[in-house]
Design a protein around this ligand. Structure first.
Ligand SMILES: C[S@@+](CC[C@H](N)C(=O)[O-])C[C@H]1O[C@@H](n2cnc3c(N)ncnc32)[C@H](O)[C@@H]1O
Length: 232
């Protein structure tokens, strides 16, 4: 009979160094529009798609309670809009965050990920289904309608994927058309003209760590042909 050797697992090490974020920025009268893409923590924190995957080391995450505890209401105008990126698997959590930040859910926008030929980009992950969409929950604080152009704006962004977690630039155009400034982007990784950006990777002189693991090169939605019904 062969001898079995049991190897004791190495003690758990922190998944990722947490960088202390600066305090939330303030503006006179508060921000009228906030875009946020929180570093959601998933149950599986070591899988290849997890933000904290040790080797890929994309970015650190926050628990739901930590995200809810951010005092967003203190930097928000009395009447304001929130665009909150929420993973399909964490819809309930997204609604909780929206509520904790002082907004009520009214609608959503869908990012339909497209291949270069216009078909749905099925290279995403998914446990139950292969996700080719991501959601932005749209919430209102106080009372504020969307701007007039929003009435002609469909609630879908069709654009190609880029690096892990990178959201399409088309979102800025859409938001500026539908909601008034001043604009704040929370958990930003890149500067955006006309916007105040905040996050632990938002500093101009800081290259986001996730950037070293590129997915696809970004292309504008205009380059993506429209999807015809039944196309896969
Ligand atoms: C989902 S990514 C944002 C991606 C971004 N929207 C884009 O399109 O590139 C979340 C960001 O939140 C940052 N982050 C993680 N923990 C944070 C914290 N405690 N405070 C501020 N930012 C944090 C991460 O480093 C990461 O840059």
């Amino acid at each position: 009979m062969r001898n079995l050797v049991f190897v004791k697992p190495a003690p758990a090490t922190p998944l990722r160094l947490v960088i202390e974020p600066p305090p939330l920025p303030q503006v006179d009268g508060g921000f009228k529009t906030i875009l946020a893409d929180p570093p959601w923590r998933f149950q599986n924190r070591t899988g290849k798609v997890a933000p904290e995957h040790r080797r890929l080391d994309r970015y650190s995450t926050l628990s739901l309670d930590q995200i809810c505890a951010i005092d967003v209401a203190s930097v928000t105008a009395d009447n304001a809009h929130l665009y909150l990126w929420t993973p399909n698997a964490l819809l309930v959590e997204g609604l909780k965050v929206m509520d904790a930040w002082g907004f009520r859910y009214v609608s959503n926008l869908v990012w339909a990920k497209r291949r270069k030929d216009g078909g749905p980009d099925g290279r995403g992950v998914g446990f139950y289904f292969r996700n080719v969409t991501e959601l932005i929950l749209f919430g209102v604080r106080g009372s504020m309608r969307t701007l007039a152009p929003a009435r002609g704006q469909v609630n879908m962004i069709e654009a190609r994927k880029r690096e892990h977690s990178r959201k399409p630039d088309e979102q800025y155009e859409l938001i500026e058309l539908c909601s008034p400034g001043p604009y704040l982007e929370m958990f930003a990784r890149y500067p955006q003209p006309g916007w105040t950006v905040w996050g632990d990777e938002a500093a101009d002189d800081l290259a986001p760590r996730g950037l070293q693991h590129k997915g696809y090169a970004g292309v504008r939605a205009a380059a993506v042909p429209p999807l015809t019904s039944g196309m896969r």
